[in-house]
Design a binder for this molecule. Structure first.
Ligand code: PAP
Length: 325
């Protein structure tokens, strides 16, 4: 890993020259990725990440939701604000005047991307003016996070991962869902090959997972490491664990029920804002973020040979880490 060096972003002219020197690969069609310090990024993400590294100042009560793409971010983008909001666990849907944080978080984006500059051209969002506690999200690898969020202070990081086969299949469907009929589906075999080689946005997937995993083992009070499959298997237990980590433990079991219901796949998928809305940052239709929401759907897309290949990569990469995916 870590073959390429970080480019210098101190001036726009020198930065474009040095970005050109980074290893570059076409992910698909006209989407190019650049390798920097062992991970692959779209250029605008990389520039924004480097700006965030030099300018982002964490507050003690910031919460960062970190993940690879398609591992459960949307679910946690609903769960975290609900856990942080004392009313979300108490009130019902029909209570007058109550602003559901799940609904609010979509149009008004309670959880903006940490590397906010990537969307600066279509946003007047000022993160320095955000009220505390601030919630952010990111797909950046741990090593590319701004130092101040990693520092020993009290800010917290919640990381979620997922079985790599389901992650890949979800990713493939996601990009297919935002293509026109004329464009057709992305070629599964080529996309899979690139995923296995680590060439995808914020990849290699396994290295992304391992960076956060190792850090969470060293500093469990700083980083909570969650798995999508565990959240599906034992939602009550996992959500209680999350609430405890965020220092907002539940008082009663009914509160857990309310939060789980508020953030359930069926409810989120059917909310008006998600049926007809558009992601204000990335411009994708929100329906693209709610497909099946199940464990094991890879069986419907991958062959036995593909399964074997990715399983082997996973077990080799995870060897000795204490992590099983
Ligand atoms: P992102 O990286 O673009 O933010 P992310 O939310 O991490 O995507 O992942 C999307 C997956 O989470 C989808 O999985 P699928 O393609 O296998 O169906 C999506 O359906 C699933 N998902 C979204 N919301 C929920 C939820 N509330 N509960 C369970 N799964 C969910």
């Amino acid at each position: 890993m870590a073959t390429s060096k970080s480019p210098n972003t101190s001036s726009s002219s020198s930065s474009s020259a040095s970005f050109d020197e980074l290893p570059r690969e076409t992910w698909w069609e006209n989407v190019d990725l650049y390798e920097c310090d062992g991970f692959w990024y779209g250029l605008s993400h990389l520039v924004a990440a480097m700006k965030a590294q030099s300018s982002f100042k964490a507050r003690d009560d910031d919460v960062l939701l970190a993940s690879s793409m398609k591992t459960g971010t949307t679910w946690l983008k609903a769960l975290i604000p609900c856990i942080m909001d004392p009313y979300a666990r108490l009130v019902n849907d029909y209570d007058d005047g109550y602003q559901d944080p799940v609904i609010q978080s979509h149009p008004n984006e309670l959880i903006p991307p940490l590397e906010i500059q990537i969307f600066a051209q279509n946003s007047t969002y000022d993160i320095s003016g955000m009220p505390s506690p601030r919630l952010f999200r990111t797909h950046l690898p741990y090593s590319k996070l701004p130092e101040s969020i990693k520092s020993p202070g009290n800010s917290k990081i919640v990381y979620i991962t997922r079985n790599p086969k389901d992650t890949f299949v979800s990713l493939w469907h996601f990009f297919n869902s935002i293509r026109t009929v004329e464009q057709g589906q992305l070629p599964l075999i080529q996309m899979f090959d690139k995923f296995c080689n680590g060439v995808h946005a914020f990849g290699p997937f396994h290295d992304h997972v391992l960076e956060y995993w190792k850090e969470s083992v060293k500093r469990p009070e700083k980083i909570l490491f969650l798995k999508y499959e565990e959240l599906k298997r034992d939602p009550r237990g996992e959500v209680k664990k999350l609430a405890l980590f965020l220092e907002r433990p539940f008082g009663k079991e009914e509160e857990v029920d309310k939060v789980l219901w508020r953030c359930s796949f069926e409810r989120l998928k059917n909310l008006e804002v998600n049926r007809n809305g558009v992601d204000p940052w990335a411009g994708f239709s929100k329906t693209a973020y709610f497909r099946l929401g199940v464990v094991g759907d890879w069986k419907n897309s991958l062959t036995e040979e593909m399964k074997e290949r990715l399983d082997q990569i996973t077990s080799k990469k995870m060897e000795g880490s204490g992590l099983d995916l």
